[in-house]
Unconditional design. Structure first.
Lengths: 211, 211
């Protein structure tokens, strides 16, 4: 059986001590994947942004706030894992400047320069050992299949789960699973618990048995 | 007894269908105020942004997402209320342009122009009838007393609750209550339930009995 790292939930990038950029990721897909993986006999480590979802008690949970914190925690945890599933939705932009005090409103527009954060799944994909595997998630609102295929390649993933914005903060999901060559090997829709169980089964068939 | 409008929780301002600007307001202070007000015999209407806190069953809850939605819902609800307590932390900046599709990352910095959203409590304060009252909350990281006094005046509030960023997403709060002239009439700290009970008592003494 494998030891699996699951990233889950959103991250936050603060502009000042109060305001931040984020997304509505609930951590439900990550929690469902953890439960399904544990049920299948795997060990699970979860690196999670701030969520109110409950993770399985049998999982080790490492809480983080920002994308950089998720990156560091995930890279560290991945060393002792056989594979990683990137179910988190890390905030992918951060302010170039972060203020140490709450900005006072001035009545004027505020020009903000955002820079890209590190890509957690791409870092895991690019640095994985030959005996490790990485499954990514791609959430797109248009050109879903194309963009998921591009992400699969640039992030060096073994499998890519492609879904849409309907997945965010929902109990349901509707996904396509792409193999490393970009072929659709499964279409799964239903409650996140069902989708997670099917994904863990497919991942098991494709990657955990390679070694 | 009075009919009280309470705004509660954060609001979100979306950049695209996935990413948004917000803050960590949990709605706990609003929920505690609602419970204390109901316990004191008042009727409560809550206009709340997205939160996972549970509001008292006896309160009418109007859910909103954005600051504009909170403004419209609060102005409408306020018509039938004796007073309002602005415990929400509405997102006070929004992108000048909102994209209808998820932005793809380009590797380049992203220049974002943010404009101020409408000020919910200021709008209530500026448009209140002579028989209505408005209590604001000021959350500041520096010059707390001064900035709270400025907000008290510009927002035409009858009372202002001044607190710090420690209040956000916490069970505790540590507040100063300022009257319309900027005098500190109470300092309250403890569990949000206790702070809420004390605030409702002070509000009752100062405003609900004016009519």
């Amino acid at each position: 059986m494998a030891r699996i790292l699951i990233t889950s939930g959103p991250t936050r990038q603060y502009l000042d001590p109060v305001r931040y950029l984020t997304n509505a990721s609930s951590g439900r897909m990550g929690a469902a994947l953890a439960a399904a993986a544990i049920h299948a006999g795997h060990e699970v480590v979860i690196v999670s942004g701030p969520v109110s979802v409950a993770y399985p008690a049998a999982a080790t949970v490492i809480p983080v706030i920002t994308t950089d914190e998720m990156l560091v925690a995930a890279v560290n945890a991945f060393e002792d894992c056989d594979g990683a599933i990137g179910a988190a939705a890390p905030c992918d932009y951060m302010p170039h400047l972060v203020l140490s005090q709450k900005m006072a409103k001035t009545g004027e527009p505020l020009k903000l320069e955002l820079i890209e954060t590190a890509d957690v799944v791409a870092t895991l994909g690019q640095t994985k050992r030959r005996d490790q595997w990485v499954v990514g998630f791609a959430l797109e609102t248009e050109d879903r299949r194309f963009r998921a295929t591009v992400k699969l390649e640039t992030k060096h993933c073994d499998l890519m789960v492609s879904n849409g914005p309907q997945a965010i903060d929902s109990n349901q999901n509707d996904v396509e699973l792409l193999d490393a060559k970009g072929n659709v090997i499964a279409e799964i829709h239903g409650e996140k618990e069902y989708v997670a169980k099917e994904l863990i089964r497919h991942i098991g068939e494709h990657v955990t048995c390679r070694t």
